[in-house]
Design a binder for this molecule. Structure first.
Ligand SMILES: [Fe+2]
Length: 244
């Protein structure tokens, strides 16, 4: 893991903007959105970040945990947070992906990511999150508003079938629909459906958020991400295949 130290909004508020609350460690980033009746954590990270993240979360009142998708690096700590009283929110199309990574086989989105995809498939198949019970949501995009958040759910399928983002105050918390994993904006290296992922990237462009808060890497301005997305859309067909 390249980023074993943790980085939070409290350490670098001026760099990212103090309206994005995040905890980043081991290349995964989790976020908090504050609501009228408590706070919501977006994604839960890997076991090795739990100690630091738990301390960071002590400053919040986490009532809900929104999972952008049910991959192990996003839902591993969901069971612990559920035991602390949080409700876990997960899209119905990822409900069978919990503890069953191989139920949605990933493909590389760009040929150069094929070796990485093999490694991730092996790793994901071996690692299993502790079981948790989720409140499964369908097409209800205003669910979070009824829970007291100034936020809407944005379906972003492709990386997984159930991948969803949260849009709040100009920030799109996009999970793995896009990535800043390598400290620069990039197309997510794998997807269960590259064609669906491509359509989700078109949706992100249409939305044009001010900031993208990705599941890996620190938040970035959308104008930094846009040229990368635009080039990918130009170079691929509707099924996400490279045009030669
Ligand atoms: Fe993922």
């Amino acid at each position: 893991m390249r980023m074993i130290y943790s980085m939070t909004d409290r350490l670098h508020p001026a760099v990212i903007g103090d309206d994005i609350l995040y905890y980043a460690q081991c290349d995964v980033t989790c976020y908090v959105i504050r609501g009228e009746r408590g706070d919501m954590l977006i994604d839960t990270g890997l076991p090795q970040i739990w100690g630091g993240m738990e301390k960071w979360l002590a400053g919040y009142d986490i009532r809900q945990v929104f999972l952008t998708h049910a991959h192990v690096d996003h839902d591993y700590n969901a069971a612990k947070l559920q035991r602390k009283g949080a409700r876990i929110l997960l899209s119905e199309r990822d409900s069978t992906l919990r503890q069953n990574f191989l139920s949605q086989r990933l493909k590389p989105t760009i040929p150069k990511y094929a070796p990485r995809n093999v490694l991730m498939t092996i790793g994901g198949g071996l690692m299993r999150s502790p079981a948790y019970t989720a409140d499964i949501f369908g097409k209800d995009r205003s669910l979070l508003r009824r829970m007291g958040y100034d936020a809407d759910i944005v379906p972003l399928p492709g990386h997984t079938y159930g991948s969803c983002g949260v849009y709040s105050n100009g920030v799109l918390y996009c999970g793995d629909a896009f990535t800043a994993l390598w400290k620069r904006p990039d197309i997510c290296p794998n997807a269960v459906s590259p064609g669906l992922m491509r359509r989700s990237l078109e949706r992100i462009v249409k939305l044009s958020p001010k900031m993208l808060a990705c599941g890996h890497g620190l938040p970035l301005r959308f104008d930094e991400a846009y040229p990368v997305i635009e080039e990918y859309l130009r170079r691929t067909d509707k099924d996400g295949r490279l045009i030669r």
